[in-house]
Design a protein around this ligand. Structure first.
Ligand code: BEZ
Ligand code: FE
Length: 287
């Protein structure tokens, strides 16, 4: 058996972790060891720096609970979440691109008919998001369900508020038989990611903007199609080119057009100005 030297330690550790019983686990751990060792060599990692990193990782874990996942946030701001999304969702160029899920999605939102107002009287400019859900050939996906969620006018998601009784700014809209849908909500605003934990502490040591541009989240999970997790962003909104979690893709930036009081896309009449965003979701066939 070879004893350890600075030169052979990587080979020894890769070999040891290559004994993992699952070939994929062996591949993952072997590559992880090689890249970690390469990182330490490249930056000539000091013992104090490694101790500080372990302390940061420890505090990151301690910041997690049922509502908060600081490790996912770390992965988001490092661009790793968005890279993994892109590696795993290489869609047809006609399909709606995927983005990060984020930490604020809540399962089991209540069902809603087209036109339902998921803002339920919360302050903000009324917004209608309308369009169709189709496959890449343009064929309607009748009755597709659009699971929609967003932050309120203060940038706060329901998941961040304790003891909320009813769904707040979230609903599962069912498209009509022709694939058309109409979401009624309020205009989203940009907001900052949680900055009071270890991730915020690191961001604070850089020139990185902690803001996400305004957006509405959508999740469509129809049988026969790849699950789509995405967002829509208003054209011209702040932070599009500096999104702290790298979630903006060009075709997801759409005009939010201002209308004066009058007929609205839900078939009603609005007595105050409102916005309309038109977007056709295109689903990728399941591979
Ligand atoms: C979000 O858009 O909800 C989000 C995504 C990643 C990190 C923080 C928030
Ligand atoms: Fe969000």
């Amino acid at each position: 058996m070879a004893f350890v030297t600075e030169d052979n330690i990587t080979e020894l550790a890769v070999g040891r972790w290559g004994t993992a019983h699952s070939p994929r686990t062996a591949e993952l751990l072997g590559a992880l060891v090689r890249h970690l060792h390469e990182f330490a060599r490249e930056v000539n990692l000091t013992e104090d720096e490694w101790a500080a990193a372990v302390d940061w990782l420890t505090r990151t874990g301690q910041t997690c609970d049922e509502k908060r996942q600081e490790f996912i946030l770390a992965s988001d701001v490092l661009g790793l979440s968005m890279l993994v999304v892109q590696l795993n969702n290489r869609f047809d160029e006609r399909a709606t691109p995927a983005t990060v899920l984020g930490p604020f999605h809540i399962d089991g939102s209540p069902p809603a008919e087209s036109g339902h107002d998921m803002s339920d009287g919360l302050p903000g400019t009324p917004l209608f998001v309308t369009g169709t859900v189709t496959d890449v050939e343009g064929k309607a996906v009748p009755g597709a369900v659009l699971d929609v969620w967003q932050a309120d006018a203060d940038g706060v998601y329901e998941a961040q508020i304790p003891d909320v009784d009813e769904a707040r700014l979230r609903a599962k809209y069912q498209a009509r038989d022709d694939g058309s849908y109409c979401v009624r909500t309020i205009a989203p605003l940009g907001y900052t990611i949680p900055m009071d934990g270890p991730v915020g502490e690191l961001i604070g040591q850089t020139d990185i903007s902690e803001y996400r541009p305004a957006h509405v989240h959508f999740l469509l999970d129809e049988p026969g199609y790849a699950k789509l997790v995405t967002h829509l962003f208003p054209e011209g909104t702040e932070y599009l080119d500096s999104d702290v979690v790298f979630g903006v893709r060009d075709t997801l930036v759409v005009p939010f057009v201002r209308h004066e009081p009058g007929p609205s896309p839900d078939g009603g009449v609005m007595d105050r100005p409102f916005l309309v965003a038109a977007y056709d979701f295109v689903l990728q066939p399941e591979s």
